[in-house]
Design a protein around this ligand. Structure first.
Ligand code: COA
Length: 338
């Protein structure tokens, strides 16, 4: 989905992120399960992650990130005309967190869309926001991505493959039309899915296939914890993210050399390194902050994008490539001229 030449491109006019203050190190996890700091660092690059205090929801993290993004854009909260919220870990089974963000920010009764595309949720949401801005349907969109993973991971030996990888956090953006038509903005988004791999990474239960949706058997067999075939996910992520970036570059008549910074979804540092290697992008041009936060699913790219900006790694005119891969499978890419 590339921008038609007459459209105003979508620009990011504000960005913010929020992670809960409680730091959980690999050494903390060693006390809960048979794992080690050395194993986690070697296999994933993660050193620590953040966990919420019980009772703090993904909507709360989203609101903190949203406040920061709104302030960064210099907007009045009342000017926001649409919310798009991405999470796989909503506060409730329904409704999603979009309406909670709206209520907690005391926004007028504007639309609130929830996006459930797991680790690709942010780029999927960005793609939706981009279409609305380019058609002129909305002028100031709040896009939030937030996750609380820590309350539903199995912190025992049987869940150690997943429990060490994931963390909590949120990122938010304000999307607006580029009124100057100076070439800046979202150049394209590309979305992909292959539902044949649903069982490779999923939280199977609860769902509507059982009556009632939560059963004692489900609790006994611990089917309510997410499960993953790590090797398959690893293999596919390493291939599909570079493919998505290449599709984006080709669509825009650009090459890998044109990319100033690649921000891959922070799933595992070894995956990010393989994506860079596959694309022949030097690691200096790859944003990697998984050591501090683990995999924050939909929130990982906006958190990394904000930190890259704070670190001065993106300059005006730079082409930034985003790419993600996750449960579904879903994968995606976006190119932005900053
Ligand atoms: N601590 C210590 N040992 C662990 C462990 C942990 N936290 N988790 C798993 N192990 C063990 C396994 O049980 C296995 O033991 P075994 O050989 O006795 O059976 C051993 O470590 C090796 O496991 P393996 O699966 O070969 O490791 P790996 O190199 O594939 O790394 C992952 C495992 C999970 C880190 C890796 O597969 C991965 O990152 N996959 C992608 C995950 C991901 O990104 N998911 C989200 C995508 S959005």
């Amino acid at each position: 989905m590339g921008a038609a030449s007459m459209d105003k491109r979508t620009i990011i006019t504000g960005i913010g992120h929020y992670v809960p203050p409680r730091v959980v190190t690999n050494f903390d996890l060693e006390k809960l399960m048979d794992t080690s700091d050395e194993w986690i660092r070697q296999r994933s690059g993660i050193i620590e992650r953040r966990h919420v205090e019980l009772g703090v929801g993904s909507s709360d993290l989203a609101v903190e990130a949203a406040r920061r993004a709104i302030a960064d854009s210099g907007s009045r909260t009342s000017d926001i005309d649409l919310i798009i919220a991405a999470t796989l870990s909503p506060d409730h089974y329904f409704p999603g967190i979009g309406v909670l963000v709206q209520a907690k920010l005391d926004l007028p009764p504007i639309g609130a869309i929830d996006v459930r595309n797991q680790c690709s949720g942010f780029i999927y949401a960005l793609s939706i926001g981009d279409q609305y801005i380019r058609t002129g349907a909305y002028k100031k969109i709040l896009l939030v991505a937030a996750e609380v993973q820590s309350t539903n991971l199995n912190y025992s030996d049987e869940g150690r493959d997943m429990a060490v990888l994931f963390g909590d956090g949120a990122g938010a953006l304000i999307l607006e039309p580029n009124e100057h038509n100076d070439g800046r903005g979202i150049l394209s988004t590309h979305l992909f899915a292959d539902g044949r791999h649903v069982t490779d990474l999923w939280m199977e239960k609860p769902g509507c296939l059982d009556k009632p949706a939560v059963t004692e058997e489900m609790v006994r067999t611990k089917k309510f914890f997410p499960r993953m075939d790590g090797k398959n996910v690893f293999k596919n992520a390493s291939v599909k993210m570079p493919e998505a970036v290449r599709a984006a570059l080709q669509h825009n008549g650009l090459t890998v050399e044109d990319v100033a910074l690649l921000i891959p979804h922070q799933a595992n540092d070894r995956i990010s390194q393989m994506v860079a290697h596959n694309l022949k992008i030097p690691l200096e041009k790859v944003m990697r902050n998984i050591s501090k936060y683990g995999n924050t699913t939909a929130a990982s790219i906006p958190i990394a994008l904000h930190e890259a900006l704070q670190e001065g790694r993106i300059k005006p005119g730079d082409v930034v490539a985003l790419t993600s891969f996750g449960s579904g499978y879903t994968w995606a890419s976006a190119l932005i001229r900053w």
